[in-house]
Every structure is written in structure tokens, then in C-alpha cells.
Design a protein around this ligand. Structure first.
Ligand SMILES: [Zn+2]
Length: 124
């Protein structure tokens, strides 16, 4: 048996939780966590007797990080910026609050993502 598969077996049997209500070992399953803008499949455990579902702290943390990356969470801040034109280029005016928070200055680069009808800016 390889080192890797032994480690996996070890960690699996270590973290199989027991149902608080029934005292039975819970079965590993895929849970769906709902976020404001969608659901995410996450590894979790279910009690086959009563249907109680749990997920580990690590898996929950990882799920919320993934949800944030995928844009499933509500935005923290919603502000309106105005678009104008300068020398035939479109210019987006970013509100002062966001400018200060992300230390945006002339010449600073941002990545521009599109997702459906949304445009997402990420300072680099
Ligand atoms: Zn149970």
C-alpha cells in the first residue's frame, strides 16, 4: 500500500462523525450549500437514520472561499460609478470610497473579468 492511500484512509476514519441524536456513525455524502446567488456541492456527512447533516469546519471554510471566488455571495458594497469618454476611450469613474480602500492610483493595473451580465474588477 502506498503512503498516500494509507494517509487518506487514516484521515477518513478519523473524521467520520457520530450523529448526536442517534449515536450512529454518519455516512459521507455530498451536501448542497445555498448561497445568495447559487448552490455549491460540498463534502459532508449524513445520518442515515434521522437525516441529520454535518460538514467539517475545514470543508465549510473551503466552501465559502469557493463561493466567494465564484461570486455566489452578495457583494459587500454596491456603489454607482459613471462612465464618460476621454480621447475616444471609455473611462469608468470609481467612487472615492473604493479608490481609497483598494489604493487605486493612476497607472495601477486591474484585471477585468466578465460573468454573464457582470463586469468584475480585481486590483493586481
Ligand atoms: Zn441520526
Amino acid at each position: 500500500m502506498s503512503e498516500v492511500s494509507r494517509q487518506q484512509e487514516g484521515s477518513l476514519s478519523d473524521c467520520v462523525p457520530v450523529c448526536h441524536a442517534c449515536g450512529l456513525n454518519m455516512r459521507e455524502t455530498v451536501l448542497k450549500i445555498s448561497y445568495p446567488k447559487g448552490t455549491l456541492p460540498v463534502r459532508g456527512f449524513v445520518c442515515l437514520n434521522c437525516g441529520y447533516e454535518v460538514l467539517s469546519f475545514e470543508d465549510a471554510e473551503e466552501a465559502s472561499e469557493t463561493a466567494e471566488k465564484l461570486g455566489l455571495l452578495e457583494p459587500e458594497t454596491v456603489l454607482t460609478g459613471e462612465i464618460t469618454e476621454s480621447e475616444e476611450q471609455v473611462v469608468l469613474h470609481i467612487p472615492k470610497d473604493i479608490e481609497r480602500r483598494f489604493e487605486l492610483k493612476k497607472g495601477k493595473k486591474v484585471k477585468i473579468y466578465t460573468k454573464g451580465e457582470e463586469i468584475i474588477l480585481m486590483p493586481v
